[in-house]
Ligand binder design. Structure first.
Ligand code: AMP
Length: 283
């Protein structure tokens, strides 16, 4: 695996890749890799010829300084995992490389999608996500971009950014990889104790309960019950929501037809966890 730290070197190796390796697949990450990230590399290998991964803990998408400071870093292990998965090139920039001084702040007109759920609770987060993904797309020039449904709203935001910037890249949304227990894999899980990992299972349990109890009519009873249960189990809950799977518009009364997604964001101590599940009609 080629490892580069500078955009110029990245461009050089991409431009001079063997001519039979036409399609470039790209997996952006913040490192502290787990099997969820590796599933994206595998999908990228299936659907492209030359796989590029980036590891960059992007400061502009953190609305909470402590979350940024405590973000896990396991770079040696990450490199081993990417090598084993057959990644072709790893881009490992530092902050000055991605944000040189005087770098203009672009504003992305994301509209409604930026105002709800993660957008409402993490001010500026999605502008930071768009800023870095846009820069990375311009540097890597991939044909396909692989991202995880684990970050459901992020995929929608990045799709919107791709449309705004008229980037030719095709976004491929990949399934969420879970522990056998059901816990959605996340780099932030490294900050949980074993007891907290068990406690965290209440999130997917609540989502599955919503999934199995869903019926046409009002939705508030379902979300309220999940919210209350999570609070009782020691979470500080940002939201439990049932929304339109395509727009994330809130759905208060379901007609039995509309495609839905249920989403949760909640803290265990200072670790913020998110998860989601597609509901009947959207499966
Ligand atoms: P992150 O390093 O958390 O920024 O994530 C990098 C990419 O990996 C994003 O597209 C995430 O949605 C994706 N990802 C994170 N966790 C998982 C998971 N459990 N399963 C599949 N993809 C994931």
């Amino acid at each position: 695996m080629i490892i580069v730290k500078h955009i110029e070197d990245l461009k050089y190796f991409i431009h001079n890749r063997p001519s039979h390796l036409k399609l470039i697949g790209f997996v952006p990450t913040m490192g502290a890799l787990h099997a969820g990230h590796i599933s994206l590399i595998q999908k990228a290998k299936e659907e492209s010829d030359f796989v590029v991964c980036s590891i960059f803990v992007n400061p502009t998408q953190f609305n909470n300084a402590a979350d940024f400071d405590k973000y896990p870093i396991t770079i040696e292990r990450d490199i081993d995992m990417l090598e084993a998965a057959g990644c072709d090139l790893l881009f490992l920039p530092d902050v000055n490389e991605m944000y040189p001084s005087g770098d203009p702040v672009v504003f992305y007109e994301l509209g409604f999608i930026e105002t709800v759920l993660e957008g409402a609770f993490r001010s500026g987060h999605f502008q930071g996500v768009c800023r870095i993904v846009d820069k990375l797309l311009q540097a890597v020039t991939p044909h396909r971009l692989f991202m995880g449904q684990k970050d459901y709203q992020q995929c929608m935001v990045v799709q919107k950014m791709i449309e705004i910037t008229q980037s030719p890249v095709q976004l491929v949304v990949c399934d969420c990889v879970r522990e056998e227990s059901g816990l959605a894999m996340s780099s932030r899980n490294m900050r949980l104790s074993e007891a907290q990992k068990k406690q965290a299972l209440h999130i997917i349990k609540c989502l599955r309960t919503i999934q199995s109890n869903l019926k046409p009519g009002e939705m508030h009873t379902l979300t309220k019950a999940a919210f209350t249960l999570l609070e009782k189990e020691g979470f500080k809950v940002d939201y439990v929501a049932i929304a339109d799977a395509q727009t994330l518009a809130p759905v208060s009364n379901w007609d039995g037809q509309q495609k839905l997604v249920a989403l949760v964001a909640a803290y265990l101590q200072e670790v913020r966890l998110i998860d989601n599940i597609l509901l009947k009609g959207a499966l």
